[in-house]
Design a protein. Structure first.
Length: 145
């Protein structure tokens, strides 16, 4: 492959990899929201918000019990907002802020999982991989070209 063909392929690959990562992250956040409100159906995922609050307590077992409902709702609001924003055709600074927020939220979730359950769970569920993908999206936000 010539240098110019290689550069053209790299631009094409970066453009579509960036979209793929944004859409996958956004869909994953929104799927989690759907699960905690029973939209995936009975017996699928959390099924109810009450079950999600119980899981939030497990993940954050190092936090005082009175903070758990707030953490559950804060995570829900953040995932809903970031999930929708990742699916929008944002550019520049806005795209970077959404991607950095997504990376931070996933990193905090992964660290809480690691503290409460050990390192295996966040690794098995690819939480840190998703956080890294969000960082890459932040480093390469959509351009006008």
């Amino acid at each position: 492959m010539s240098d110019s063909a290689s550069r053209a392929f790299d631009r094409w690959a970066l453009r579509y990899a960036r979209h793929y990562a944004r859409w996958a992250l956004g869909a994953a956040f929104l799927s989690g929201i759907a699960s905690r409100f029973g939209l995936w159906g009975t017996g699928r995922g959390y099924g109810t918000f009450a079950n999600f609050v119980k899981y939030t307590a497990q993940v954050n077992r190092f936090m005082p019990a009175r903070t758990i409902p707030f953490l559950a709702w804060a995570a829900t609001a953040a995932e809903f907002t970031l999930g929708l924003a990742l699916l929008l055709p944002l550019r520049g600074r806005a795209a970077r802020i959404v991607a950095l927020g997504s990376a931070a939220l996933l990193a905090v979730f992964g660290l809480a999982m690691a503290i409460s359950f050990g390192p295996k769970e966040p690794l098995d569920y690819s939480v840190f991989s998703a956080s890294a993908a969000a960082l890459l999206v932040a480093l390469h936000p959509a351009s006008d070209t």
